[in-house]
Design a protein around this ligand. Structure first.
Ligand code: SF4
Length: 586
């Protein structure tokens, strides 16, 4: 049995030369833990300053952390790349079995560079990479079909993950996703397009390496404590019972659920598409990422009769959560559960990011209704809740039959720059808006967060816990502090749903039996350093914080804190710019 810790080894794959090599990078993993901390450093080493997102020079980095496969809920893999959607740093996290498979295959990180001339899929095992012909897979539009085929191809032993792209990735849609297993994704910021540009249709990783533990007795104690905390916690029970779909009703109640391209923050169909109603009528099962006792992934089933075949039905299983119900439900005025699920299924099959797709459809619907674009561009009529046409539009986004769809495939920022309607193009730094219109915290968070995502610093949560917002400066500092701490969680690749279980004390204890001795101060300092390393990298890649634009719509639709004032947000952004300039110059 191999007792060498595989975590500190990096697998380098060069697609252009069809070669690979492995380096020990103890230096990086000891200094930056793993996950995002290590990925940022690897990206700095690998990416020249002015790379194009869809060029062979854009490296894709997958990275995991020291807790992976050892502790419950340390289930995520971090992916880092230059995003074709924002033109800046792209960071996306996925669960499933990806993290454990990477570690048991004998690596802490995998870097994929270059580009293949012909379609291929990669098979990665310990000490071995196969570059297999993927021509027969190229052109298969449904990402799940690709997954099923690759399952047959992946004959090997151990824990296995299958990542793949759908047609959207092949066609370089800027918000194409990568699907892992069946219900998990590297969803945001266009990793699917980057792999598509490299002609990589799929990646299979498997392994059965063992992992040495320095202090087994202590490890078992901490493991038991964390496991008991996770399964006994009310916070985690919510995720198991209804998942994040539980958010729809409360957000609607307080007036924070973006509806019809944020023309409203309340949706009259919320009772129908809420987690409670779907669970009652459609929930088929719950599944979990590997090594997670919570199982927050909710799978609904829909049955459609086969034509002319009485008593025969096609049953489709579809995973759903809050973001999907918002972006393909309330944001588009879709009121029936089956209709939202059909849209989710289409997006999933094509291999698109659901949030960006929904917000693109919402922008296009409003632009169409205002006469900014016409049927000459859209090819079908667009109206809120018109599900059949939305399904057609999703297919057009992927196929890009005309210039308009070519532009819409690049996101709301590019489409609105070209056709107009920037004031209601709901993106921040180029990334489409998540499903929370809760107040200043949400909007500042989307703007200054490294990924322009609600997950960076959870401003939407702060909005829901405060009566009055603090000063813009204080708000920015509060959100940056939160984002700094999340760099530790993301370097240890802990599921963010488990952030209350993995508090500072528990993380320090969990690391000890693995040979890492951190004080609280050291851990927080590392989080701060990773945050600023990432900000510096964004600036190097061309991010210009002074060019951040907030769509006017945000100020026209009330939040639970009333109508937001532009001056407040602008003051906050100025303060952020000052802090970033000061810190990154040090
Ligand atoms: S809580 Fe959900 S997302 Fe997090 S690790 Fe478990 S199953 Fe995966």
């Amino acid at each position: 049995m191999n007792q060498r810790d595989p975590l500190k080894r990096v697998l380098y794959i060069d697609l252009s030369r069809k070669s690979f090599w492995i380096d020990d990078r103890v230096d990086l993993f000891e200094r930056w833990l793993g996950g995002i901390g290590v990925a940022v450093q690897l990206f700095k080493e690998e990416a020249p300053k002015n790379i194009e997102p869809l060029s062979p020079e854009n490296p894709v980095i997958f990275s995991i952390g020291p807790l992976t496969s050892l502790y419950p809920l340390a289930s995520k893999t971090v992916a880092l790349f230059k995003s074709p959607l924002t033109g800046n740093l792209g960071e996306s996290h996925a669960g499933g079995r990806s993290a454990i498979a990477i570690r048991l295959a004998g690596y802490g990180a995998i870097i994929i560079k270059g580009a293949s001339q012909l379609p291929l899929y990669l098979v990665i095992k310990e000490g071995e990479v196969e570059f297999r012909d993927g021509s027969a897979l190229w052109g298969i539009s449904n990402a799940n079909t690709v997954g099923r085929i690759l399952r047959e191809a992946a004959i090997g032993r151990g824990i296995r993950t299958i990542m793949r792209i759908g047609k959207a990735g092949e066609k370089l849609v800027s918000y194409a996703a990568v699907i892992t297993e069946t219900y998990r994704h590297f969803g945001r910021l266009g990793l699917g397009a980057v792999l598509g540009s490299k002609k990589v249709k799929g990646i299979i990783i498997y392994g059965k390496h063992s992992i040495p533990i320095q202090d087994k007795k202590k490890y078992r104690e901490i493991y038991d404590r964390l496991y008991r905390l996770a399964v006994g916690s009310d916070a985690m029970k919510r995720y198991h019972d209804l998942g994040t779909a539980i958010n729809i009703l409360p957000l609607n109640y307080i007036g924070a659920l973006p509806t019809r391209n944020l023309n409203s923050s309340r949706f009259e169909g919320a009772e129908e598409i809420c987690g409670e109603n779907i669970a009652e009528k459609k929930l088929a099962r719950r599944v979990a990422c590997a090594h997670c006792p919570i199982a927050c992934i909710h799978i609904a089933s829909i049955r459609e009769p086969y034509p002319d075949e009485p008593y025969f039905y096609k049953t489709t299983f579809i995973s759903y959560d809050h973001e999907l119900l918002y972006s393909l439900g309330s944001m588009l005025g879709v009121k029936k559960i089956d209709d939202v699920l059909r849209l989710i299924d289409t997006v999933e099959a094509m291999g698109l990011d659901a949030i960006s797709t929904g917000v693109c459809l919402a922008w296009a619907t409003e632009a169409y209704k205002r006469g900014i674009i016409t049927i000459n561009e859209t090819l079908v009529e667009l109206d809120w809740g018109n599900i059949d046409n939305y399904i057609q539009v999703i297919k057009y986004i992927v196929e890009q039959p005309n210039d308009f769809y070519g532009m819409l495939a690049r996101g709301t920022r590019e489409a609105s720059k070209h056709y107009g309607g920037q004031e209601f193009a709901l993106n921040f730094g180029g990334n489409e808006m998540p499903g929370y219109h809760t107040g200043y915290g949400a909007i500042i968070g989307y703007s200054i967060g490294s990924r322009h995502s609600h997950l960076d610093c959870a401003g939407y949560r702060v909005d829901q816990t405060i009566k009055e917002p603090p000063s813009p400066e204080e708000f920015v500092e509060l959100l940056i502090k939160e984002e700094e701490w999340r760099q530790i969680l993301n370097s240890l690749t802990i599921c963010l749903f488990a952030r209350s279980i993995y508090n500072v004390e528990n993380i320090i204890e969990a690391l000890k039996p693995l040979g890492y001795n951190y004080t609280e101060e050291e851990l927080k300092k590392t989080g701060e350093e990773i945050y600023f390393e990432k900000q510096k990298l964004k600036l190097k890649l061309g991010f210009k914080p002074e060019e951040l634009k907030i769509p006017s719509r945000v100020f026209e639709t009330p939040t639970p804190h009333g109508l937001l004032k532009r001056e407040y947000i602008e003051e906050a952004l100025q303060h952020y710019i000052k802090l970033i300039e000061y810190k990154t110059l040090q």
